[in-house]
Design a protein around this ligand. Structure first.
Ligand SMILES: N[C@@H](CCC(=O)N[C@@H](CS)C(=O)NCC(=O)O)C(=O)O
Length: 200
């Protein structure tokens, strides 16, 4: 079996979140640049990897994984000795999965709708309720902190933290009203793996 880990992406994409995860893990990988300007993400060879024509994607041990949150969770499980995923029988696994899925299924759509000034759907229909609800929930996620699993940094922090850092960098509203979230973003930005990824 080919054990090589290949990340498809480019620096102007969510592939940076996966790079953050790979740097936290400290495992070797090959970056295969997919150039949007050249339309490489819409060419047949890349569509065979991700029919959505989107990055990031990884190929590891002959399996393709797409979707940033799934890739980050997969990698945490693929390298259990790195300690970024609670074991399958650890009750904290529930908290870990909860916020990983919340980031993909609630926070990201709420954030994009807000940044693009799209009208919000009725609160009871929108899966994320409202943007304000989402920020309020993320605030409770940090109880007690400093990380999602308390003292233990995990892959959930990589994904949620990278999304929050992105939101903060692009001036998403409301974050400054949540000092715990703002402080969490600073902790994420201080991580050597994050700095290495962003060149900060
Ligand atoms: N749901 C996907 C979204 C991936 C996505 O939208 N990627 C963007 C870059 S950040 C992309 O590949 N855009 C190129 C295109 O759609 O043509 C994930 O979370 O990974």
């Amino acid at each position: 079996m080919n054990d090589e880990l290949v990340l498809y992406g480019n620096p102007r994409s969510r592939a940076q979140m996966v790079r953050f995860m790979l740097e936290e893990l400290g495992v070797p990988y090959r970056l295969a640049v997919v150039d949007f300007e050249k339309g490489e993400n819409r060419q047949a060879d890349y569509l065979a990897i991700n029919p959505m024509g989107k990055v990031p994607a990884i190929v590891h041990r002959g399996v393709t994984v797409t979707e940033t949150g799934a890739i980050i969770a997969y990698l945490a499980d693929a390298f259990p000795e790195k300690g970024l995923a609670p074991a399958i029988d650890d009750p904290r696994r529930g908290t870990w999965l909860r916020w990983l899925f919340f980031a993909a299924g609630a926070f990201e759509p709420a954030l994009l709708d807000t940044m693009l000034k799209r009208p919000e759907a009725p609160r009871s229909t929108a899966g994320y309720g409202s943007y304000a609800d989402v920020l309020g929930a993320l605030d409770t996620m940090l109880d007690p902190g400093p990380w999602i699993l308390g003292d233990r940094f995990s892959a959930a922090d990589v994904y949620v933290g990278a999304e929050l850092a992105w939101a903060s960098m692009f001036g998403a509203p409301g974050i400054a009203d949540h000092p715990r979230i703002a402080a969490y973003v600073e902790r994420i930005r201080d991580r050597p793996a994050y700095r290495k990824t962003t060149g900060a």
